[in-house]
Design a binder for this molecule. Structure first.
Ligand SMILES: Cc1cc2nc3c(=O)[nH]c(=O)nc-3n(C[C@H](O)[C@H](O)[C@H](O)COP(=O)(O)OP(=O)(O)OC[C@H]3O[C@@H](n4cnc5c(N)ncnc54)[C@H](O)[C@@H]3O)c2cc1C
Length: 413
């Protein structure tokens, strides 16, 4: 029997995971990427395989609007709104705020919990038989606070995590000092969650996944897709320098999926939520676990020879250059967390989280054409959810009898 021919647009973690799953299940897969060394969000993230990240960025609670304004207006706040791009994003932002309600957050968390569950196990399965699995590290997560009352102010978030089965271990100041040497005395309280993990080198991980994809028989094309055109019962993928004929298409182009999504009537609004990282090499301080700083809204991750500080949220900047103030802020934050921090080299990166208005990704077939599929919109959790998304969408594409229920992620919701 002839193999089913599938073209995937975009080789971030979602496209790669989908491609590997489809190949393992006997499909003929062509992965089209405009720049295989382009360092997309899948490269620059904080690299957490974070099953507890089941809540949206904005959470309901007393003084919510005041908190958002503080994040934006304070000199060292983690939220940026870029003009003029933000003006176009206003309808999205108004809708985004309408999801900051308890009952909506319960729905989001339930579905994210399902998607993020056992992320390390999913990454290990994805990388079985390849070199990529050497970059998967198991570790607890440490969420640090200046005092216990800051933690208590986030009780809805933590209560949701508890209800979804996460065991929260409280750490007092003396234990925190032992676990994170060099941490500023300002931090006096933390929560530990065991059995989590991270990717220790994101560039090498993506490179090894591409090699794995090729070793399984996958075909790669480096070119930019301009258009998907229906041609009889097939689809012609028009690129800058060539065309490719296929039977089914999966769009997994992160925030850039939107232009194909509109063509196929996807209803879910998506915007870029730009994020930044600062990576310091040969640091005098070495951390052993990923650390979340609830105060600065940062994720801090160990690297083989240093530390990556990642975070910040910037709306309206898909077409702008990275904001130099964001890198300065990350450096100030790094130094305030670890006074006396030294390093030999720094690298700065910024890229686009694909953020849906309801904080749930888009996973499933187009309502308009059942051979066009989408998997994108994973905002802050795409690395964690990539392999599970790949498994779910591959079952839908190959029309398995035991498909996942994708209703919550439906492109036409
Ligand atoms: C600062 C920051 C920290 C983060 N931390 C974490 C974290 O710790 N854990 C976590 O789980 N998630 C994290 N995320 C989110 C995560 O990185 C994203 O959700 C995820 O990488 C999205 O993956 P993707 O494959 O959908 O998109 P991308 O990684 O953006 O990949 C899309 C690919 O499509 C290609 N493409 C686009 N258009 C075309 C076209 N027309 N033709 C050909 N190719 C095209 C692009 O070149 C790109 O390579 C973070 C994000 C940021 C920015």
């Amino acid at each position: 029997m002839d193999k089913i021919k599938i073209a995937i647009i975009g080789s971030g973690i979602v496209g790669l995971s989908s491609g590997i799953n489809l190949l393992k299940r006997g499909a003929e897969v062509t992965l089209i990427e405009r720049d295989f060394k382009g360092q997309p969000a899948s490269y620059g993230n904080a690299s957490w395989l974070s099953s507890p990240s089941i809540t949206p960025v904005l959470m309901p609670g007393p003084g919510m609007i005041k908190k958002i304004l503080k994040m934006w207006l304070l000199k060292d706040g983690p939220l940026y709104l870029r003009f003029p791009g933000i003006l176009k994003s206003l309808p999205y932002l108004i809708k985004y705020l309408s999801y900051v309600k308890k009952e909506k957050v319960e729905h989001i968390s339930k579905n994210l919990a399902f998607l993020l569950k056992d992320s390390i196990g999913e990454h290990r399965k994805l990388t079985e038989g390849s070199k990529a699995n050497r970059w998967i590290e198991s570790s607890p997560y440490i969420y640090i606070y200046k005092n216990k009352s800051d933690f208590e102010n986030e009780d809805f978030t933590w209560d949701l995590r508890k209800r979804h089965g996460f065991d929260l271990i409280q750490l007092q100041e003396n234990e925190l000092k032992k676990i994170i040497p060099g941490l500023s005395d300002e931090y006096k309280f933390a929560i530990k969650i065991e059995n989590q993990g991270y990717i220790s080198n994101s560039q090498n991980y993506l490179d090894d996944l591409i090699e794995h994809f090729k070793n399984l028989g996958g075909i790669t094309i480096e070119d930019e897709v301009l258009e998907i055109q229906k041609e009889n019962n097939n689809y012609l993928i028009k690129m800058k320098t060539q065309n490719h004929l296929t039977e089914k298409v999966l769009v997994s182009s992160g925030v850039f999926s939107d232009k194909f999504a509109k063509q196929y009537d996807v209803k879910v609004p998506v915007q870029s939520e730009r994020g930044y990282h600062l990576e310091l090499f040969d640091t005098n301080v070495r951390i052993n676990h990923p650390i979340a700083n609830g105060y600065l809204k940062l994720a801090i991750t160990p690297r083989p020879t240093g530390i990556r500080f990642a975070g910040l949220v910037e709306f309206g900047s898909l077409n702008s250059k990275p904001n130099p103030k964001a890198f300065e802020l990350l450096m100030r934050n790094a130094k305030s967390m670890f006074p006396g921090l030294t390093f030999n080299k720094k690298l700065e990166w910024s890229g686009h989280r694909p953020s849906t208005v309801d904080s749930l990704p888009v996973i499933g077939a187009s309502e308009k054409d059942s051979n066009i599929f989408f998997a994108y919109g994973h905002h802050h959790i795409g690395l964690t959810a990539g392999p599970k998304t790949g498994k779910m969408i591959s079952k839908a594409i190959l029309r398995d009898n035991d498909q996942y229920d994708l209703k919550a992620f439906d492109p036409s919701r």
